[in-house]
Each structure stands twice: as structure tokens, then as C-alpha cells.
Design a protein around this ligand. Structure first.
Ligand code: APR
Length: 184
């Protein structure tokens, strides 16, 4: 499922983000960049020890990565230009600024990717696993944030040509397909 917003191709892909092909993938990390389960575990397992070493160096240099913020590492042995580790909000019922923080995860990651000259980037469904953000609401925020980002950028400072939402779970993929359909 694909749709164009301005000159950027948005796509929904079902599967494992470590198998995607493109420049940068986004990780749903924790504030300490310690690695964990879910997509974080899959990326660290597939990319090898170097990613954890670079995460430790970031931790030493700047301390925690706050929710909504992001940090960049290499992709270790994975064939990407790098990994953008962003920290989603822990869902606490919706009254703890979770929506704004999740939107920030997308804009911060996209800004970082653009600063690196990325032509393509893939996002997992940040926050919707261990951090328990409701899936439909999270998808709505993801798509809205990405579309807004594309529309607000001028062509001159927008290197991105392809943005993928990689959904590990079929129900998330269905939600994203429906949302992108409505962007046509
Ligand atoms: N590829 C793409 N998506 C994946 C993969 C994978 N290989 N494995 C899991 N997912 C999906 C999950 O199905 C979920 O929809 O990633 C989404 C986000 O779930 P989590 O990985 O649990 O991320 P999050 O909810 O943001 O929680 C972050 O979990 O693993 C820890 O260290 C991490 O503490 C942090 C927390």
C-alpha cells in the first residue's frame, strides 16, 4: 500500500523492520538506550554488539534520551546508513502528554534523518508494544505527524523520498492501510 504526499512516497509494509531496505530505520528505544524486547531487541540482535557500544557512549556523553527525543548510531552489521533511536511515551491513560510526546518522536526522527541527508526512513509502530499506547490512536498520530512534516518542508531542504511504516502485527498494518487510503 503506497501513497504520494507531495514528492514523498509513504508506504505500509508488514514485517520485520531489520529486513527493510533503505537508509535509516527508527528504533523504539528506552531512555537509557539499554536495549530491550520488541523491535529494540530485534534491532540489537540483528545489528550486533556495536550498536549497544555506541548507545553506551551516548549515555556517557549526554545521559538519558528524553521521551520524544532521539539519538543516532550506526547500524552495526545491518545494511543501513544508521539507526535513529527514539523514546516513545509510556501510556498512562492519555493525560500525561503522551500524544504530544509520540508526535515529537516522529518529527525529531525525521529532522535527524533530514540533517543526515536521508532519502528513505522506516518507522516501527512506536509506543504500541511494551509502552502500551493504543494502536489506532498511535497510528493516527504517526501518519498525521509525518504528513505534516512533509507538507511543512520546502523541496530544497527535504532529502526524503520514501517513508515506510513497518508493521510487525497484521492489525497495525490494517490500521495504517486504512489511514493512508484516506490520504489519497
Ligand atoms: N520489526 C518491526 N516492528 C516490530 C518488531 C520488528 N522486528 N518487533 C516488534 N515490533 C513492533 C511491535 O509489534 C509493536 O507494534 O514494534 C512495536 C513497538 O513495540 P515495542 O518494541 O514494545 O516498543 P514500545 O512500545 O515503544 O516500548 C519500548 O520496549 O523493548 C523495549 O527497550 C524498549 O523499553 C523500551 C520499550
Amino acid at each position: 500500500m503506497q501513497v504520494h504526499i507531495e514528492q514523498v512516497l509513504l508506504e505500509v509494509i508488514e514485517g520485520d523492520i531489520t529486513r527493510w531496505q533503505g537508509d535509516y530505520i527508527v528504533n523504539a528505544a528506552n531512555s537509557g538506550l539499554y536495549g530491550g524486547g520488541g523491535v529494540d531487541g530485534a534491532i540489537h540482535r540483528a545489528g550486533g554488539r556495536r550498536i549497544a557500544e555506541e548507545c553506551a557512549a551516548i549515555r556517557q556523553r549526554q545521559g538519558k534520551v528524553l521521551p520524544g527525543d532521539a539519538a543516532l548510531t550506526s547500524a552495526g552489521s545491518l545494511p543501513f546508513r544508521g539507526i535513529i533511536h527514539t523514546v516513545g511515551p509510556i501510556w498512562k491513560g492519555g493525560s500525561a502528554n503522551e500524544t504530544a510526546v509520540l508526535a515529537e518522536c516522529y518529527s525529531t526522527s525525521l529532522n535527524l534523518a533530514c540533517a543526515e541527508g536521508a532519502q528513505s526512513i522506516a518507522f516501527p509502530n512506536i509506543g504500541t508494544g511494551v509502552y502500551n499506547f493504543p494502536k489506532s490512536a498511535a497510528a493516527q498520530i504517526a501518519v498525521t505527524s509525518v504528513v505534516r512534516f512533509i507538507r511543512e518542508k520546502t523541496a530544497a531542504n527535504m532529502p526524503l523520498k520514501r517513508i515506510a511504516f513497518v508493521c510487525f502485527e497484521p492489525d497495525n498494518a490494517a490500521i495504517y492501510r486504512e489511514l493512508l487510503e484516506s490520504c489519497r
